[in-house]
Design a protein around this ligand. Structure first.
Ligand code: MG
Length: 421
């Protein structure tokens, strides 16, 4: 059976059973799968990314539970594995996280630092293939078809080498899912976290899927799960016995898609996001919010995230989008065009804040989102400051100075007042 040592990258073939330990380096991290050399679609996902960057940059945090999140009234962005052992989860309200883990070190996100690391990881991925599709700062799909000829090694070897380099050069760990399509690669990367490498092949994926709950399927959240439960469908295997036309009649196009996914079929290509038409981020609240200051606090955090992604990709956007979802799930969208593209959190926030202030609907709202569209290269961004907007020039200087100070003195050196709301 094909096998690979994830530490020294030695390859083994032939033997019926893979070695327990690498005969070369003695490592127990042996990866084996009958289809190991032929699978070429991967999902790579850093482990507890924001918290891991914080631990890397401040070694005194290494053995302490670390939560990265938005201040006392915010929610958890990322919890390290020590904090997760105590029950802390992403998107959990911060007060609950503090209750579960009172000795946690709580850190405000430093999106500029994360964007820089993200860029370094992306560069390494793009050295392997030009088909890299980022999903967020710390995860991406890679289509490695054809790279065996180019790099002289199967995708599994290239991926093991990539994670080894990310550890060695960037001080972070990542987990890999390897399969024959995006849907399964994404599931696989989550199976063995942290520092994992999981393989789902054509021979084992359908059987594995059949045992799982439908919530594992792409696009099935709590509402979808409830709808499927009404139809008596709880596990993915339950979908295998349903007629395709009947699923389509009951659930529309989604029903058809579920029929395919349940069989491990997903033909979506890995799309490089060179020129994204929109960069956006949104958050759903644990409880609906009407308070404008609280909404503005979320807006600021989201603006920082969108700005960090824009900076990481060296792009900017001219059109600012604000999305609010009412309690009844109806959507309200407002947009405004800037004089020129921006990638600055401060400018994005100010434009979105004006849009929020103009919303007459008192709410409450269950979701808020902010986006940048009409994407342009960063070189075209934020040039008008001196001529047209002296106030913006001061804000930009402050944001760039804060980036520099955070880069030098580390987390928490500077906190925006509104990040604490
Ligand atoms: Mg991650």
């Amino acid at each position: 059976m094909p096998a690979l040592c994830r530490d020294c990258l030695a390859r083994f073939d032939g033997a019926a059973a893979p070695p327990r330990r690498c005969p070369g380096c003695g490592s127990p991290r042996i990866l084996s799968h009958p289809e190991l050399w032929s699978l070429e679609i991967a999902h790579v996902d850093c482990d507890a990314f924001y918290a891991s960057v914080e631990k890397r940059d401040d070694p005194s945090l290494r053995d302490r539970p670390v939560i990265v999140g938005g201040g006392r009234r915010g929610v958890v962005s990322t919890a390290c594995y020590l904090a997760r052992l105590r029950g802390v989860r992403s998107a959990m309200p911060m007060f609950e996280a503090r209750r579960l883990c009172p000795d946690a070190v709580v850190i405000s996100p430093r999106f500029d630092a994360y964007a820089a690391v993200s860029r370094a990881i992306r560069d390494r991925m793009e050295a392997l293939t030009d088909r890299v599709e980022p999903l967020s700062l710390d995860e991406a799909f890679l289509d490695l078809r054809g790279t065996t000829r180019l790099h002289g090694a199967p995708a599994a070897v290239l991926l093991a080498r990539l994670t080894r380099e990310i550890e060695r050069d960037l001080g972070l760990t990542a987990s890999v899912g390897l399969s024959y399509n995006k849907f399964l690669a994404k599931i696989a990367s989550d199976l063995d976290k942290p520092r994992g490498f999981s393989v789902l092949g054509r021979s084992d994926a359908p059987g594995f899927l059949a045992r799982q709950e439908v919530g594992l399927l792409w696009g099935i959240g709590a509402a979808g799960q409830a709808a499927l439960a009404q139809a008596g469908i709880h596990r993915i295997g339950d979908l295998l016995h349903r007629d395709r036309q009947a699923l389509r009649a009951r659930f529309g196009v989604a029903g058809e898609r579920l029929w395919h996914l349940a069989r491990g079929e997903d033909d979506r290509p890995v799309c490089p996001e060179r020129d994204p038409r929109c960069l956006s981020n949104e958050t759903t609240f644990p409880e609906d919010i009407a308070d404008r200051d609280a909404l503005a606090g979320h807006l600021w955090r989201l603006s920082e995230k969108v700005s960090a992604r824009a900076k990481a990709r060296a792009v900017a956007g001219r059109l600012v989008l604000l999305r609010l979802k009412r309690a009844d799930h109806s959507l309200l969208v407002r947009r405004s065009a800037l004089r020129e593209p921006t990638q600055l959190a401060e400018r994005l926030y100010r434009a979105a804040r004006i849009l929020l202030d103009q919303v007459a609907d008192p709410g409450p709202f269950r979701l808020i989102g902010v986006g940048l569209a009409e994407i342009a290269p960063a070189a075209q961004a934020d040039r008008d400051r001196d001529l047209l907007d002296p106030l913006a020039a001061r804000h930009e200087a402050a944001e760039r100075a804060a980036d520099a100070i955070r880069a030098r003195f580390g987390q928490g050196a500077i906190l925006k007042g509104r990040a604490l709301r």
